[in-house]
Design a protein around this ligand. Structure first.
Ligand code: ADP
Length: 481
């Protein structure tokens, strides 16, 4: 249950719904509370002012009438009564000793009135007190006169208190209205939130649906979702990923059939050669020698293919370790060229090495020579008779650089990104003819990455290809696997 709620809350549409509701309801509630408080304060303040004004008029009349000295004149009593009726409450007048000289309720006459606000008003303060529970507002003001010395003197305190229930009633009414508004806004925001949530999450749901459909069909197909830019970007990226996967998958399938074919071809030739020798029975020794040489060539071819596969598998092991030693790169390259020169001559391709300075670097000799020979071999293989492969070696204080430039057939732009993928070959039929398996550059790439190096390719179809390799002179520990 908890898990269900947790998952539900993390759904995009639910989040949007909650967000819309909160952003609509919270401001309204805050606004309502502010309005309520402001209304209550403002109402009490204005009633207070009213009471003060009335009390002050009455206080002046009390002083001028000499009420404190002689209370037999009922005019002042009448005025005080009128005031209590007017405010629908109680009016009390004390003398300066806080003894009550008039009480509109006639309850506490002659008693000493000891209430904090009255005491303070006897010292000249005007005070008010609002009791929230009863809704009664009470003001106390000093009744003052100017004595013979010209000083203001307090003759008594006038208290007026009335019930202002209407403030609370109005407030309750306002709160009820506000509750209705909050309820309506809540309902409205739920509706809007659901519509918005639905429309926001629908492209994502659509993408999931299309994805599910594709997967159920056995193959991951492309998806086509519109809605907003992010989801469109995502579907574009997904589609490019899918097409990349498809290409790799296709190459993989082709590779399996190619490898089988490549492995089978030398075996078939050997079988034919051996069978014909057996069938001849008394074949001359020269023929035996010739056939045996052909069989040896086929064995070499078979061994080459198997070596390529093994090299790739070895390189592919994630924990493959490097056997780092200090190697003279110039000598290593010369050895490679010595081995490849006969092949180049056969293809009528000129091999030129240009060494700008002696280079010693910390590398794995076997893996690096595999990487370099693959590049040079490709330069020869994908070349034309009369062409060239230029190899140049250079270094600075941090890296050494190997450049392999050929005058061969070149690689189309759209294939440049793919050539380092395993099993990828630009021209399948041609490559088969040439004898490629699509593993060479993948092996080279892996070997260079294991040395924390970089490889870049630049090519123009019909003009040639240049591979630029950059490898640190000092091996960087920990980045080799
Ligand atoms: P392969 O065994 O087929 O040569 P690679 O991984 O060495 O495999 O190369 C991948 C593909 O890249 C090749 O099939 C070829 O089409 C292309 N390629 C590699 N190097 C060159 C080059 N120097 N010139 C033209 N095409 C090349």
């Amino acid at each position: 249950m908890f898990d269900f709620l947790y998952k539900a809350f993390y759904r995009l549409n639910v989040k949007i719904l909650v967000l819309v509701c909160l952003s609509a309801i919270i401001p309204i509630i805050i606004l309502s509370v502010i309005v309520d408080i402001a209304y209550a304060n403002r109402s009490i303040e204005s009633e207070c002012k009213n009471l003060y004004a009335k009390s002050e008029v009455l206080a002046k009349q009390i002083v001028t009438s000499g009420y404190f000295e002689d209370q037999s004149d009922i005019t002042m009593d009448t005025r005080l009564d009128e005031m209590s009726q007017l405010i629908d409450g109680r009016v009390i007048l004390t003398n300066s000793s806080l003894r009550i000289v008039y009480d509109s309720y006639s309850r506490d006459n002659d008693k000493i009135f000891l209430w904090e606000n009255v005491t303070k008003s006897a010292y000249g303060e005007e005070l008010s007190y609002y009791d929230k529970d009863t809704g009664i507002l009470t003001t106390t003001i000093p009744v003052t006169f100017i004595n013979d010395e010209g000083d203001i003197e307090v003759a008594g305190v006038l208290l007026a208190s009335g019930e202002f229930k209407f403030i609370d009633d109005n407030l309750r009414h306002i709160i009820a209205l506000e509750a209705i508004i909050v309820f309506m806004v809540t309902v409205l925001s739920i509706v809007v939130g659901m519509i918005l949530g639905g429309s926001f999450s629908s492209p994502i749901n659509e993408a999931s649906k299309q994805f599910d459909k594709g997967v159920k069909g056995g193959e991951i197909g492309e998806i086509n979702v519109t809605g907003y830019t992010e989801i469109e970007d995502l579907s574009l990226r997904f589609n490019s990923y899918v097409s990349r996967m498809e290409t790799i998958d296709k190459s993989r399938q082709e590779f399996v059939s190619n490898v089988s074919h490549e492995l089978k071809t030398p075996l078939t030739s050997m079988k034919v050669l051996a069978d014909s020798l057996v069938a001849m029975g008394d074949a001359p020794v020269e023929l035996y020698q010739e056939f045996m040489n052909d069989i040896a060539d086929e064995i070499d071819r078979e061994t080459g293919i198997i070596e390529d596969l093994l090299a790739m598998v070895r390189m592919d092991k994630s924990n493959a370790s490097l056997n780092i030693e200090n190697v003279n790169i110039n000598e290593l390259t010369e050895q490679i060229l010595k081995r490849l020169r006969p092949i180049a001559e056969k293809q009528e391709v000129e091999l030129v090495l240009e060494s700008f300075r002696p280079i010693n670097a910390e590398v794995d000799k076997v893996k690096l020579s595999l990487a370099i020979s693959n590049l040079i071999e490709n330069g020869i293989k994908y070349n034309n008779p009369g062409g060239f492969v230029h190899i140049s070696l250079n270094s600075d204080h941090q890296y050494f650089y190997i450049k392999v430039e050929d005058s061969g057939m070149g690689i189309p732009k759209e294939s440049l990104d793919m050539i380092f993928e395993r099993f990828y070959r630009v021209d399948k039929s041609h490559s088969r003819e040439i004898g490629g398996t699509g593993l060479g550059l993948a092996i080279t790439h892996m070997a260079i990455l294991m040395h924390s190096g970089e490889i870049k390719v630049d090519s123009v179809v019909g003009e040639g290809t240049t591979f630029d390799v950059r490898i640190p002179l000092v091996h960087i520990e920990g980045e080799s696997s």
